[in-house]
Design a protein around this ligand. Structure first.
Ligand code: HEC
Length: 129
């Protein structure tokens, strides 16, 4: 009986000890410059810079971190730390309405890994890093 408890404690201790090693890859810090900007450049910027139809219609200019954080002419589209309520994430996930799923008109939408990356960046505070 006592042995069983000791074994149990040993297993728990081992699990606790190993947990950070498993969790680490999931918590890797995303970077605006390294991770987010290339996605914006490839999938959003065409329309979201002056002259583009996304910019003309919404006012959202995605050329720089500052202009991105400023949002549309109605306000911010990113709420640092909260991807669920961030409009930018809602529109790439198509959660608002199918007619404003971003990138606009792209069949299938943004690849899952890119959506996850944007979400992670927002959840980690949407830093200018
Ligand atoms: C083909 C052009 C095009 C591309 C590419 C595009 N957008 Fe848009 N975007 C638009 C248009 C047009 C609107 C205005 C939609 C409307 O108000 O009906 C818009 C609006 C938005 C809005 C504001 C939505 C709101 O509720 O006000 C966000 C946020 C947005 N886009 C994010 C993105 C992101 C992120 C990408 C890249 C993953 C992207 N867009 C790519 C055309 C585009």
């Amino acid at each position: 009986m006592k042995n069983g408890i000791l074994q149990c404690v040993a297993v728990l201790a081992a699990l606790l000890f190993c947990a950070p090693a498993f969790a680490a890859p999931l918590q890797l810090k995303t970077s605006f410059k390294r991770d987010v900007q290339p996605v914006i450049h490839d999938y959003c910027l065409n329309c979201h810079e002056p002259g583009g139809k996304g910019y003309e219609k919404s006012g959202l200019d995605m050329r720089t971190y500052q202009s991105l954080m400023k949002g549309t002419r109605f306000g911010a589209v990113i709420k640092p730390g909260d991807s669920f309520t961030s409009i930018l994430i809602q529109v790439v996930e198509g959660r608002v309405h199918a007619s404003i799923k971003m990138p606009y008109g792209m069949s299938g939408g943004l690849a899952r890994d890119k959506v996850e990356l944007l979400k992670k960046w927002v959840d980690q505070g949407a830093l200018d890093n």
